[in-house]
Design a protein around this ligand. Structure first.
Ligand code: ARG
Length: 491
């Protein structure tokens, strides 16, 4: 349809090679709505008569109701296919005016911006739901004592609630990164035209308002060239996906028979075609894989924008599937993770049994010695010697006899500490005492957990309010546009 200078048809293989119609399906709705706003504005500035507008809008409304009417056969993209449809329905005299003072170059970024802002609102809602589930899980598991691991070796005792709140904090940062990108995405490029504007007296602010944008991408060259905000969004998605992958990895490990700390709900488990006993954490494994996929899409996007000249280049078309697929993948991963977390069984007894046998109370014992005036470095030596003695016999620290404690003190050359005194400290260092004794801000003791739960809840309330407000603003704007369109079509 656009071939005014090149003669004849494009080579079929080339057309198939460069057509974006397949991936454009997800922006068709936005292309229609954007075309409606543009046409209304063209009428308001006197370029399109009321009768012509009516015909154009009637065709666009038909396309909106029944997208299957749009014939993409032979089209390079959905913009061409939609315009061809409007011209066929409304006639060339009316339909042929729709593309006045615009270009596919501003049109395509307009559509993507509208799609991504909806995606951001959906993702932010899903993320808030996930954070909510984590906080609820934390509230129920403040007393679930478990070992925490560094290098995947038992480090210190903590609580399951502390872990849930750690995830919540990381996801709050992910939320904020994504939430903040919205402000840069929701700027209208429409009216930038091909690259350098138009002599026609268009009203860019009017279309921006009709379409629910917060403002304009003013510079027409920047508006049609730049994809940085999309790259920023996918970078935030890649970081989010790595948070989700870490959560997945923890839960995969903790759901093994060897750990047995958690059990996935049957609805979130797969099985084996061969081994009847199997209950596999496949959704979590794919969550790990999705992080790699999204990171790969980010790398593709950066590769594509790097080294392009200013002004539209067709390379930019291939950014669209990377962006939109990354967005859809991130959202579904968040939703699946939420399902896993909210239905997860926490096996408090198994966690406590493991904690009771664990040497992860060593630092707590050393700190008790520090409280009695022993230098930390010496306390570290003594408790290290105790653990080595207990490990040789494969018994918990509390099962060591006083004579073995004396032996460890001797080995560590710590004659200043009385064996009875140390034996008492060791015996009294139960998992509960270990958690209680740690009071530093952000540590797993119950008081700190309550504080963190309070903070997370108030943050969450703000996230929800902000997301709902944005969603409503976009919806209200498009509702007003729909009413305006309906008035013109019915008149
Ligand atoms: N299908 C193109 C894309 O997705 C639309 C813009 C094409 N513009 C052009 N001048 N060839 O980016």
């Amino acid at each position: 349809m656009y071939r005014s200078r090149p003669k004849g048809r494009m080579d079929d293989d080339v057309l198939a090679f460069l057509s974006s119609t397949k991936h454009d399906q997800s922006i068709l709705y936005y292309d229609i709505v954007g075309s409606e706003a543009h046409s209304v504005m063209l009428h308001e500035i006197g370029i399109i008569s009321r009768q012509e507008l009516k015909k154009i809008l009637a065709a666009l409304e038909a396309a909106k109701k029944n997208p299957g009417l749009i014939d993409t056969e032979g089209a390079e993209d959905i913009h061409e296919a939609l315009e061809a449809f409007v011209i066929k329905q409304a006639g060339i005299d009316a339909g042929g005016k729709m593309h006045t003072a615009r270009s596919r170059n501003d049109q395509v970024v307009l559509d993507i911006r509208m799609k991504v802002r909806d995606d951001i609102n959906e993702l932010c809602t899903a993320l808030a739901d996930l954070i909510d589930s984590l906080v609820k899980k934390a509230e129920k598991n403040k007393d679930a004592i478990m070992p925490l691991y560094t290098h995947l070796q038992q480090g210190q005792l903590g609580t399951f609630s502390h872990v849930m709140l750690a995830y919540a904090d990381a996801l709050c940062r992910d939320f904020e990164r994504i939430y903040n990108t919205f402000g840069r995405i929701n700027q209208s490029p429409l009216g930038s035209c091909a690259i350098a504007g138009t002599s026609i007296g268009i009203d860019r602010k009017r279309t921006a308002t009709l379409l629910g944008f917060d403002g304009l991408m003013l510079n027409s060259l920047d508006a049609t060239t730049s994809r940085d905000s999309f790259v920023e969004y996918v970078a935030a998605l890649a970081i989010l996906a790595s948070t989700l992958a870490r959560m997945a990895e923890d839960l995969i490990i903790w759901s093994t028979q060897e750990f047995g700390f958690v059990e996935l709900d049957d609805r979130y488990s797969s099985t084996s075609s061969a081994m009847p006993q199997k209950k596999n954490p496949d959704p979590l494994e794919l969550t790990r894989a999705k992080a790699a996929i999204i990171a790969g899409r980010l790398a593709s996007m950066l590769g594509m924008v790097k080294g392009l000249p200013s002004g539209y280049s067709r390379d930019l078309q291939d950014i669209k599937p990377q962006l939109l697929e990354a967005s859809a993948t991130a959202t579904s991963t968040v939703k699946v993770t939420n399902g896993v977390i909210s239905t997860l069984t926490v096996k408090k007894k198994k966690m406590l049994d493991t904690s009771a046998k664990s040497y992860a109370i060593s630092l707590d014992i050393a700190e008790q010695l520090v409280a009695k005036g022993v230098p930390f470095r010496s306390a570290h030596k003594v408790v290290g010697a105790l653990v080595s003695r207990a490990a040789e016999k494969d018994i918990p620290l509390a099962a060591l006899e006083t004579k073995e404690i004396s032996f460890a003190l001797e080995q560590a050359k710590q004659n200043g500490i009385k064996p009875d005194e140390l034996a008492k400290i060791v015996k009294e260092m139960t998992p509960e005492k270990s958690i209680e004794s740690r009071r530093s801000a952000g540590s797993p003791n119950p008081k700190e957990q309550d504080e963190m739960i309070k903070t997370a809840k108030s943050r969450l309330a703000g996230y929800r309010e902000g997301t709902q407000k944005r969603t409503k603003y976009v919806k209200d704007s498009l509702d007003i546009l729909a009413k305006t369109v309906a008035r013109y079509v019915q008149a």
